[in-house]
Ligand binder design. Structure first.
Ligand code: 26V
Length: 817
């Protein structure tokens, strides 16, 4: 796409000026002569040049927000899975083509530079990527916003597949300096831990003095986030931990050189790694320290900013704080502490201010993912916050009692303290109570929230829970990832679809256009060739770009049921062997995703996929009609390559378990058809694309619940399904693990008896849906018609729509028209 085609604001940006700027950056900021510069030096110089272009707009945006006293949004998230920035910033500034030309004149290829940028993996998956999409949309909609998070030195581990197994290596993304960030050593806040609390007589007896035993400094690093067409620029502020006294000189002088640095190591450990494994107690404590560290720094920072221009009483008129899951929930207690202890606000008033500013997004109903902290750990690490939580709880329970709610069972379920077993603080309920709105991330998930985790809270506060179905930024996931498709869509629907995604709905009227089908097919085919090259380069597996690319890309988790997919692949393989001359639809099964380092079952599933791949890919009798590939190290950049090349999108979680999903939206937007369960946002995708254009199968959330309650053994189900029985028998027999026939024994046993994730129960339904998919593939006119109806149908899932809804219904922030 050329700049003139897009009519972007900076289209007249002078190529020569940009070229000069890059050469200047190379000399004066990178310190290299163009003759000696290496590719990475060019990347740095280019990024610094782009950053200059962003900064002007950044200052204008910040100045305007201040001058107009606009309400600000603070998005608190322990994860921001932002991905690479170079192409994203260029695209939003409308500078891509100008930059391509300027670099070309310098003998440098923009595409080559794109691949040199490290991919910041400051998140685990959907939750972190959602935060990044929302940051981009808030900037695009000119909502004055700050993202607050942690500047992890090490992001999510780098995944290497060795002998079919996952290995984890550190992700050192900051090794070569990060050109996008500004260190702000002057923006530093002390963060306390431990120590003692002294009650004060004033402020209704509620205030206290906390004397922490230990203090760590939080230092700000700012990254500008530029919105679409450079309209507005916001700030992502990430905190880094520093010891106030990095070196104990007395210890050093005694000759204990390592001991002198011990405090520094302990302090800086807080921001060393994303999500340390929370299995050990030490790991648990570090995680709580991270949460408090970033919540406290962020709230101190936003209060300071507010107090520069307005009194505390106006806080809810000027500030909205969104809690991205419960990870920043300790911020509720921290806000109360700062208001009551430091600013001497009376308790009830402070509580009203707190509820006025906070709101909370829930991202999962899985019980093992709902955060709680042992009371003794809280008391030791955050003694003042523990007192505040007790008081919030007591007042909350008193109010219920006054309202006649005295049933001890009810009071126990809505208490902030879990008293079943060793006492724990529940962060979900704390977030709920401290917020004026609580939201789920898809219609189904929000309804399930009301019926399950927050059932009793919902009965007490029926207006608090609202739905905000997730969205994705089309700039990254359509324009940048799939320029070929974007070009085509602009031709058909007009340039305005770049600004207003809903414009894509008009594709429905063209869904039968065979010329358009062909052009769409050509774009897809080109993207598949690129992906085919990546697959071969990274796995050695050769794939046919004319085969159906059937993809499942997401974290490896039992509830996401990669196992269902690979089991069906095993069954398909058996059928192909049994009927080698049948007219099988050629398929490439593509998997990618990371398993948590301590999640043994998920790692075993990766091994199984690779074991199956080894056997299937080597079987010449298939004549290439089935291939299985596990692409290592799934991340944002790899997703940007896989999604535009996907024909079939696997969204097959056990119904009721995937809160929303966002990969499902990205794949449908790029024209893949979905095979999926009635789970998360799949339900809403179905509503928008129509039942004829999506392959829905399997049990509903209600059926899953009933089946589990009945506790049925799967042996009979398996006996009734020859396909499933044979697939399981082949796993059990060691056909795919000849050196270790027992490798999948426990897995098969599990599917035979307990089958908590209902893989066996849904197998036949899934296999029939897959047969239907194959059928549709044989009818290209029908296939591409469905693809067009998907692209047009999912335009509603833009993160611009989602952010607008948050702004109107939760943050009460006016939107510029
Ligand atoms: C966390 C954990 C931690 C402990 C072990 C098991 C487990 C399983 C899942 C999680 C997920 C935590 C929250 C999360 O990432 N949720 C995802 O949020 C996305 C954005 O809203 C949403 O699209 C995904 O469906 C949801 O899983």
């Amino acid at each position: 796409m050329t700049a003139s085609q897009l009519a972007l604001p900076s289209q007249d940006e002078d190529v020569a000026a940009l070229r000069r700027l890059i050469v200047n950056k190379l000399a004066y900021s990178v310190g290299k002569d163009p003759i000696a510069a290496r590719a990475h030096d060019w990347f740095l110089a280019t990024a610094l040049a782009v950053r200059d272009r962003v900064i002007e707009r950044w200052m204008t945006s910040t100045r305007a927000t201040k001058a107009e006293k606009k309400k600000r949004v603070y998005y608190l998230s322990l994860e921001f899975l932002i991905g690479r920035s170079l192409v994203d910033s260029l695209h939003n500034l409308g500078l891509t083509e100008t930059m391509r030309t300027a670099l070309g004149e310098l003998g440098v290829d923009l595409e080559a530079l794109r691949g040199l940028e490290p991919d910041p993996a400051l998140g685990n998956g959907g939750l972190g990527r959602l935060a990044a999409c929302y940051m981009e949309s808030m900037a695009s909609l000119a909502v004055p916003a700050h993202g607050y998070g942690i500047r992890y030195e090490n992001g999510l581990f780098r995944q290497v597949i060795k002998d079919g197994e996952q290995q984890e290596f550190p992700d050192t993304w900051l090794e070569h300096r990060n050109p996008w960030e500004f260190e702000r050593p002057e923006v530093a806040y002390p963060i306390g831990f431990g120590g003692s609390v002294e009650a004060l007589a004033g402020n209704g007896g509620h205030a206290a003095i906390w004397r922490p035993a230990e203090t760590v400094d939080a230092i700000a690093f700012d990254t500008p986030v530029v919105g679409w067409r450079g309209r507005h620029v916001n700030t992502l502020r990430l905190w880094s931990a520093r010891a106030p006294d990095p070196l104990r000189l007395d210890t050093f002088n005694r000759g204990d050189h390592l001991g002198a640095l011990a405090a520094r190591g302990r302090a800086e450990a807080i921001t060393q790694v994303l999500y340390p494994s929370d299995e050990s107690e030490a790991g648990q404590e570090l995680r709580l320290r991270q949460e408090y560290f970033f919540a406290s720094a962020s709230i101190q920072d936003l209060l300071r900013r507010h107090l520069e221009t307005a009194p505390l009483e106006t806080l809810p008129d000027c500030v909205a704080i969104q809690l991205n899951d419960t990870h920043p929930a300790i911020g509720v207690a921290e806000m109360m502490r700062l208001l009551v202890d430091v600013h001497q606000v009376e308790w009830e008033k402070a509580w009203a201010l707190t509820q006025g500013v906070f709101s909370y997004t829930n991202h999962t109903l899985l019980p093992e993912a709902l955060e709680t902290w042992p009371v003794p750990l809280m008391e030791r690490l955050l003694p003042r916050h523990m007192q505040i939580i007790y008081l919030i709880n007591a007042l909350h329970l008193d109010r219920l009692a006054e309202g006649g709610k005295t049933d001890p069972a009810l009071l126990a379920t809505v208490s902030l303290i879990d008293e079943h077993g060793p006492r724990r603080v529940r962060m979900g309920p704390l977030s709920f109570l401290g917020s004026h709105k609580v939201n789920g991330v898809s219609a189904l998930h929000t309804e399930l929230m009301k019926e399950t985790v927050f059932r009793d809270f919902h009965a007490l506060y029926p207006d608090r829970i609202v739905n905000k179905t997730n969205g994705i930024t089309f700039r990254r996931w359509l324009h940048e990832a799939n320029p070929g498709l974007t070009r085509l869509l602009v031709e058909v629907a007009g340039e305005s679809v770049l600004d207003k995604a809903e414009g894509l709905e008009m594709l429905a009227a063209h869904s039968g256009d065979s010329a358009l089908h062909e052009r769409l097919a050509r774009v897809r085919r080109a993207n598949k060739e690129v992906l085919g090259g990546i697959i071969e380069e990274r796995t050695g597996i050769r794939v046919d770009p004319d085969a159906m690319f059937d993809v499942q890309i997401k974290r490896i988790h039992e509830y996401k049921r990669q196992l269902l997919n690979i089991l069906e692949t095993v069954a398909l393989y058996a059928a192909m062997r049994a009927h080698p001359t049948s007219d099988w639809t050629p398929r490439v099964k593509i998997f990618a995703g990371k398993a948590a380092a301590s999640y043994h079952r998920a790692k075993l599933i990766i091994k199984l996929i690779n074991d199956v791949a080894a056997v299937v890919n080597a079987d010449a009798t298939l004549r290439g009609r089935l291939k299985v590939a596990f692409l290592p190290n799934y991340n944002v950049s790899l997703a940007e390559r896989i999604i535009p090349a996907s024909d079939l999108s696997e969204q097959i979680s056990t119904a009721g378990m995937e809160a929303s999903g966002t990969g499902n939206m990205k794949l449908a937007l790029n024209g893949a058809l979905t095979i999926g369960t009635l789970d998360g946002a799949n339900v809403e995708i179905l509503e928008r694309v129509g039942a004829d254009n999506i392959f829905i199968f399997g049990m509903t959330a209600a059926e899953v619940e009933a089946r589990r309650a009945a506790g049925i053994d799967m042996a009979e189900t398996i006996a009734a399904s020859p396909m499933l029985a044979q697939a399981l028998e082949e796993l059990r027999s060691g056909r795919f693990s000849p050196g270790e026939p027992d490798r999948y024994r426990s897995l098969v046993d599990d599917l035979t008896h307990r089958d908590y994730f209902l893989v066996s129960a849904d197998f036949d339904a899934y296999a029939s849906a897959q047969a239907e998919v194959a059928q549709r593939w044989r009818d290209p006119a029908a296939w591409w018609r469905s693809a067009l109806l998907n692209i047009g149908g999912v335009s509603w899932f833009s993160s611009d729509r989602a952010v607008r809804e948050y702004a109107e219904d939760i943050w009460n922030v006016p939107l510029a028209r």
